[in-house]
Design a protein around this ligand. Sequence first.
Ligand SMILES: Cc1cc2nc3c(=O)[nH]c(=O)nc-3n(C[C@H](O)[C@H](O)[C@H](O)COP(=O)(O)OP(=O)(O)OC[C@H]3O[C@@H](n4cnc5c(N)ncnc54)[C@H](O)[C@@H]3O)c2cc1C
Length: 451
Amino acid sequence: MVTAGKEKLLVIGGGAAGMSAASRARRLRPGMDITVLESTGYVSTALCGIPFYLAGKANFEQLIHYTPEFFTCERNIEILLNTSVTEINRSASVIKYENILTSGAGEMPYDYLLIASGGKAAWPNIKFPREAKNLFTVRSLDDARNLKNYIEKNNPKSAVIIGIGAHGIALAEALLERNIKVTMIDSATPFGYLSDEQRGFLFDKMLEKGIEILTCERILGAHGDTTLEGLDTDSGKIIGDIFILAAGYRSDGALAEDAGLEMLHGAAIKVDDFQRTSDFNIFAAGDCAGVRCMLTGERIIHSTAAVANKTGYAAGGNICDEKTRFPGTVRTKIFTFADAVVGSVGLSESEAHGFGFPYSSVFVKAQEKPGYAGGGDMLLQMIFNTKTGKILGVQAAGSAGTHALVDTAIAVITTGMKLDELSNLDLSYNPAVSNAYSPLHYAARKALKNL
Ligand SMILES: Cc1cc2nc3c(=O)[nH]c(=O)nc-3n(C[C@H](O)[C@H](O)[C@H](O)COP(=O)(O)OP(=O)(O)OC[C@H]3O[C@@H](n4cnc5c(N)ncnc54)[C@H](O)[C@@H]3O)c2cc1C
């Protein structure tokens, strides 16, 4: 311990994980000295709400769950905004920081350190004019505000989104609300975990809304300097008024890596089930940290707000000697486009193959509720272990009820339910919302015939 009186917890990053951890630690240790260092001007941000803000459906203030004043006054947590941690000195138990506005720098000792630095946009391996004023990444509230201000000032008519994933699709939908024509480009076939039918269902919805979709199309170069004018691709040139990079996300574990902590896949911080890093007094949580896959036991990078909140909570508890084990993820993903919901839980077919599971899969198309009640189609793929009968993965695309189906599948997979149990699971039925047989029942029954 380096401090004489109170124990000192420093938290790097005031996002979902950092603020959950700080709040949990405060609850358990009223006397602890807790400081959060955050490089932007906000803490407790709702990044997931950014597409709503860009579409004009939410205002900026709604993207902040709690203000810094709330944490200071109500929870006695010191918040240092616009303060970036630049180094962790583990042998001295000290961090170095820099104030972004004043360029002032300093050092701060810690007894416990939580790294919750999140992640950042991954840039493809192409020379982009990164400073171009019409090229955006959308990973922070400042990014979102810059993009919105630019749109309102310059009234762009067209946008090119680089990367066809959940993030890019959410941004595309927001731009459509502003009558901006959207082209999306991806160098591969997007959503490799979906079946062709499910991907087709989603793409049809996007095409109906006027999105131009270019897949398996590589970007070879970019034109412009202060303004990005166009992209050279395999089949020609794409031009647009604005360009948004949504080609992936990388955990930001740089501080930890520089400090010699063990890393996962060279990007995320390796932690145990209690969020402890390879240094006993340093914890990590959220997007910057790895997480255990409950199906395979391997440590993976799975960046979601849902996991960030829970791993932050666990870290805050464990810093205060609680033994809170975060059991891991079942690789849950969900996103929407227009009236379509797309979700995945567990392993895809190629992952089941890669991990050497004895597996097979079934595909069913069924209505979420009766036609007379307006039921839309759900396309469901289920992957199951042919030896144990356990469900390994479910991918689904369809109408609104797909969300409930995905959540049910999460519980099924997490508890290791088998096909015969699922085939008779007493799920809720009322024609306004569901059918007497869920698509999950149909899939389980079909799979049982293949066992
Ligand atoms: C547009 C958008 C939509 C999303 N939609 C969803 C969704 O629908 N569902 C979902 O589950 N997830 C969604 N996410 C992802 C989700 O927001 C993240 O998984 C979540 O925010 C991770 O929380 P975190 O605390 O780990 O990281 P963050 O929320 O990124 O917080 C990390 C913080 O650390 C700060 N920081 C970094 N380095 C330093 C440093 N050196 N010194 C000081 N501070 C530092 C950063 O400024 C940042 O505020 C979305 C993200 C975006 C951007």
